[in-house]
Design a protein. Structure first.
Length: 503
């Protein structure tokens, strides 16, 4: 129960602080949003787990205590998220650009105001490791001073189009870093917005350029906290209402909506990115519905309920036939990453992104000369891959809840031994991704492999690995971790060569 209390405290801590010292640790808007999202998910799942096998009276007391905690929070001290988005729209600012702006600001520039009142800037000197050969010292992104001829070519093409990058040595294709030209365009605009915010989140000297620019970031952070707070409170309110309903009957409203969205395993009407957003939203509602149902169903009814929805998802998985490798050729051809290709508002629009963001052509339109002859195949490949991806996400969550409901019998349970890896979680995940891509494992769903790694390994820094963390690292490997595993594979080849020489 100690872990449960920690998750609850962590969530209330995150949504309650408005101190600049706590905000400043997050260098991207998306980073803080992700932290809030994970904390919210952990909180709601923990609430469900805490009252899963309790009697109605205990459930009522527990939920009443949480309701009182939410009611004690003064919503007037938070920024309305809709108002924050309206402010951004009014000034033609996009989330993706602001994400890159603040990362660039905090990592690359030192700002000051000269005697004429104009903001001046100069580059920060990046910290360069002295041990160049150590894998853990791999440079940020591609690294400083180590650009291949291909990197240089792409860098030149990009700078010609978008403006010079800082020092022209960082990875120019990182979505987190902004070209200098665009950064300097946004600098005075964001600086001028600060007085419109109506409140300040910093006790620093008024007028300091960095502190002034951070006001908008803190303003958005505060609105995200309010959204997360309201979402969790709505979950608690709904759970309390469900407690008053007749027990024993599962609600399938959101499940039916989720399943209905998988009627076709190819994009027949909507843009691929629109379908992805719909599946993502529907999945979140489905997860909440599952948690609410499990709280109030009897044990036999729970098992029957989970078995039914799992069967429906398994049945649809038969229609998912495009593996991740099936997208590699398109990603390589258009020089982009998977998640950038399906980003709804990308900072850099690629041709691939435009295809996935547009609706399928009609039969007549497909013969027009300006239409990419591969666009239909591209849409079908990406749509079908994510068709299976979101079904896998649903199945992983269903299996997780099914495992949670199993009674623990310590006498019959085998002692769980974990192997300690010298790799980090991200490096270990990428190694297993390679093994899976090579077809060395026989599995029905990737979630089985995620859970195996999470339960069978630990690292020097973490004795507990989450299946979600493994999945995220597999889906979006970082270049520095790929390079570490590349070195390990080369070393393995040397060991193999040495062993062969003994024969």
């Amino acid at each position: 129960m100690e872990k449960a209390i920690d998750k609850e405290k962590e969530f209330f801590h995150l949504i309650s602080f408005t101190d600049s010292d706590l905000y400043i640790r997050y260098r991207r808007l998306s980073e803080f949003q992700s932290v809030l999202s994970i904390a919210n998910k952990n909180f709601t799942e923990q609430v469900a787990a805490n009252i899963l096998n309790q009697d109605n009276a205990t459930k009522k007391v527990y939920l009443e205590r949480l309701t009182q905690k939410f009611n004690a929070i003064d919503l007037s001290s938070y920024i309305d998220h809709t108002a924050a988005l309206s402010l951004l729209a009014k000034h033609k600012l996009e989330w993706r650009e602001l994400n890159a702006f603040y990362r660039t600001l905090l990592d690359f520039y030192i700002l000051d105001i000269n005697e004429a009142g104009v903001i001046e800037y100069h580059n920060k000197e990046p910290d360069i490791p002295t041990d160049y050969d150590a894998p853990e010292m791999a440079f940020l992104n591609k690294g400083i001073g180590f650009m291949t001829s291909e990197d240089a070519r792409k860098s030149h093409e990009y700078n010609e189009k978008y403006g010079q990058y800082t020092k022209d040595v960082w990875d120019i294709f990182s979505k987190d870093i902004m070209p200098q030209k665009r950064f300097l365009e946004l600098l005075p605009l964001i600086y001028g917005i600060a007085p419109l915010l109506g409140r300040h989140f910093s006790a620093q000297v008024a007028g300091a350029p960095l502190e002034t620019l951070l006001q908008l970031q803190f303003y958005i952070f505060n609105s995200l906290q309010r959204e997360s707070l309201l979402s969790a409170k709505a979950f608690i309110d709904q759970t309390r209402k469900s407690l008053m309903k007749e027990q024993g009957t599962a609600n399938f409203d959101n499940f039916d909506i989720f399943i209905k969205s998988f009627d076709y395993n190819y994009p027949y009407k909507d843009a691929v990115i629109s379908s992805l957003n719909r599946w993502k939203t529907n999945l979140q509602y489905l997860k909440k519905e599952i948690l609410e149902n499990l709280i109030f169903l009897s044990e036999p009814a729970r098992k029957a309920y989970l078995k039914r929805i799992k069967f429906s998802c398994d049945e649809l998985m038969e229609n998912a036939h495009t593996p991740l490798q099936g997208l590699d050729n398109w990603l390589e051809q258009y020089e982009t990453s998977l998640w950038e290709a399906v980003d709804e508002h990308p900072f850099i629009n690629t041709e691939l992104n435009k295809i996935l963001a547009s609706e399928p052509e009609t039969f007549k339109e497909s013969f027009e000369p300006e239409v990419n002859k591969f666009s239909a195949l591209i849409r079908q490949n990406f749509y079908n891959y994510f068709y299976g991806y979101y079904l896998e996400q649903a199945l992983a969550f269903i299996n997780e809840q099914d495992d949670r409901g199993q009674p623990s019998n310590t006498e019959n349970q085998a002692i769980s031994l974990k192997l300690r890896s010298t790799l980090t979680v991200s490096q270990l995940s990428y190694l297993f991704k390679l093994l899976m891509d090579e077809g060395l494992f026989d599995y029905k769903h990737k979630a089985e492999v995620y859970k195996f790694i999470a339960s069978g390994f630990e690292t020097r820094k973490s004795s507990e690995i989450s299946a979600d963390s493994v999945k995220n690292h597999m889906d979006s490997p970082e270049l520095k971790n790929i390079e570490v595993i590349h070195e390990k594979v080369l070393h393995l080849m040397q060991l193999i060569k040495k062993d062969k020489e003994n024969f």
